[in-house]
Design a protein around this ligand. Structure first.
Ligand code: ATP
Ligand code: MG
Length: 243
């Protein structure tokens, strides 16, 4: 469970990039975080994960404050950032072992999980290559595997499908569904409305740092336009909010 409680953030004085954001993502839920470029999705995700300080408010991960108890809170989630260009000098396997060490995953468990995920994402044969030799999609895959190694209850993913081939994207969506069925939480941002429509239990739309809709796709249709596709509704809601 992720609770965002009255959170605000400014990068520059007197201009709130995130303005009093309140949002609760429940156990067993896949939540899609949508919004135009620059709306504040990554900023929000960076605050949830403790990368950026929170100016006002607090964020709890399974009840633990990322502000007050950041190390404990960080054990409770796996995070996939929007840019997978990390630790390029390391080999894939070194990167995964490094993360498994940080999260104290036993040798036996890490071996099983690395093998399982790497085979699933068709990257097993590349684990001994340096990450800098990987394609964008391969980097994305290694970061996803690294985020899941410690079997976190909460998954926080910033545009995770970007660069994945259709099969890997499908496999990741299946993993997300399975994870939520096991009463865990998946919070992800995306621009792919079709993914959000099919995958998410609830959707949140942020625009200029303010949450302008939270609910199911069905609720959005009732509120905005029956028979509308998510694209229609998204455009209508964000457009209305700009005027
Ligand atoms: N380090 C920073 N310093 C100053 N402003 C920033 C910084 N990072 C982000 N911003 C600004 O904050 C706003 C929100 O950016 P953010 O990256 O959270 O958007 P986003 O919703 O993730 O967009 P996208 O869909 O393009 O990924 C933008 O106006 C951006 O220019
Ligand atoms: Mg972003």
């Amino acid at each position: 469970m992720i609770e965002i409680l009255g959170v605000s953030k400014s990068y520059v004085k007197d201009k709130k990039t995130i303005d009093n954001l309140n949002l609760k993502i429940n156990d067993g839920e896949i939540f899609g975080f949508l919004g135009p470029n620059g709306a504040g999705k990554t900023t929000t995700i960076k605050m949830i994960t403790g990368i950026l300080d929170i100016d006002e408010g607090d964020i709890l991960i399974d009840g633990t404050s990322i502000k007050e108890n950041p190390v404990l809170a960080k054990t409770k989630f796996g995070f996939v950032p929007d840019n997978p260009d990390l630790f390029l000098k390391l080999k894939g396997i070194e990167y995964l072992n490094f993360l498994a060490d940080i999260y104290k995953v036993s040798k036996k468990e890490r071996k099983e999980r690395i093998e399982n995920f790497a085979k699933k994402f068709d990257i097993y044969d590349n684990l001994n290559d340096r990450i800098q030799s990987y394609s964008h999609g391969m980097r994305q895959k290694i970061v996803i595997i690294g985020a899941l190694l410690h079997n976190p209850k909460n998954w926080i993913l910033d545009e995770p499908m970007t660069g994945l081939d259709p099969k890997s994207s499908h496999d990741l969506k299946e993993l997300m569904k399975q994870h939520s069925r096991n009463k865990n939480t998946v919070f992800f941002s995306t621009h792919v409305l079709e993914v959000a429509e099919k995958l998410c239990d609830r959707i949140g739309i942020i625009n200029k740092g303010e949450l302008i809709f939270v609910g199911t796709y069905e609720e959005m249709k009732k509120q905005v336009k029956e028979n509308g596709s998510l694209e229609d509704l998204f455009l209508e809601i964000t457009e209305k909010n700009n005027n």
